[in-house]
Design a protein around this ligand. Structure first.
Ligand code: AHR
Length: 308
């Protein structure tokens, strides 16, 4: 009819467009920017009508966005929950309104799994393990102690909780490894730099390794390390997570040692899941993403292949 191009085209494709309310965490990292682009591109297809909302890393904003999607009676809600807990009430409201919910990227901790239809995202525990496995390999033959500082992601978020867990699981088996400082840098470059400055002030030259829960914080920390007169990548070995372009550039320059891949390009798979959930098809409760690990030696050859 005359009520908007999306609807008209969706209807032409058969059955009317699927209205999707998507609540994004924010724009805190290179990873997130790529994720937003991927989701927007995939849901720009005429069969969808996307309502996009940015929560600026605040759970209260996300809850407001979800309530507004429910009030607008969207067909499907998808969101990347900023933290793991505190979702039961609003998800019950969505369920009561018969609106299926697809979790993307980050998981929630709820008592009742029927509060969401499916979850697509990375295995963050495995990413933490992979970062530690790289460190174990890199530390072969070295005498202890290996003094590690950790830049954690957003407090209470699934990637921060899980990456910490996976990393610890692996290093706990070897008593050379010691996490001497651990603090959140909220997944941003600016905070990563600030917190690294504080670590350097407190520990002086006694830091062997930096484990950052994402590349952006590592890139911020690299600046702090250089400003302190140390060489990132050699004086302090650095491993982080995501595999964004900036990390490959830092590896090429010898300043970052390794990055564990976390693929943000979830848009196409998310679109498939939304279509299925909306059609009432059965979907797996958990969909994971294939990911690898990259080191300095591979950076130059791999850089042109990176999609984010
Ligand atoms: O949830 C995924 C994490 O969120 C990414 O690793 C990080 O860069 C982003 O901010």
């Amino acid at each position: 009819g005359c009520s908007g191009g999306d609807d008209a085209q969706g209807a032409a494709a058969g059955g009317g467009a699927i209205t999707v309310g998507f609540s994004q965490v924010g724009a805190e990292s290179e990873w997130r920017t790529a994720n937003t682009r991927s989701v927007k591109e995939a849901l720009a297809a005429p069969e969808f009508n996307l309502k996009f909302s940015d929560a600026q890393q605040k759970q209260e904003n996300q809850i407001k966005a979800l309530r507004s999607f429910i009030a607008q009676r969207v067909d499907v809600i998808a969101f990347s929950p900023v933290v793991e807990t505190g979702w039961d009430t609003v998800l019950r409201e969505a369920k009561a309104a018969n609106i299926p919910v697809v979790l993307t990227d980050r998981a929630v901790n709820v008592s009742d799994d029927s509060l969401y239809a499916t979850f697509i995202g990375s295995d963050f525990v495995e990413e933490g393990r992979r970062a530690a496995q790289w460190l174990v390999g890199d530390s072969e033959g070295k005498a202890g102690p290996v003094r590690i500082v950790e830049l954690q992601g957003t407090v209470g978020s699934a990637p921060a909780n899980d990456r910490m867990k996976g990393f610890k699981e692996v290093i706990d088996g070897d008593d050379r490894f010691r996490i001497v400082r651990s603090q959140s840098g909220d997944f941003t470059r600016a905070r990563g730099k600030e917190v690294m400055e504080a670590f350097l002030k407190a520990e002086g030259r006694n830091i062997d390794v930096l484990f950052a829960h994402n590349d952006d914080m590592a890139i911020g920390a690299i600046q702090a390390i250089e400003e302190a007169g140390l060489k990132p990548g050699s004086d302090i070995r650095i491993v982080s997570i995501d595999g964004v372009r900036g990390a490959f550039e830092a590896m090429k320059a010898g300043k970052l040692n390794a990055t564990v891949e976390c693929n943000p390009l979830l848009g196409p798979q998310l679109a498939d899941l939304i279509r299925d959930v909306h059609a009432g098809n059965e979907v797996p409760k958990r969909v994971t993403v294939d990911e690898g690990v990259f080191t300095q030696e591979q950076a130059e050859a791999e850089l042109p292949n990176r999609g984010y």
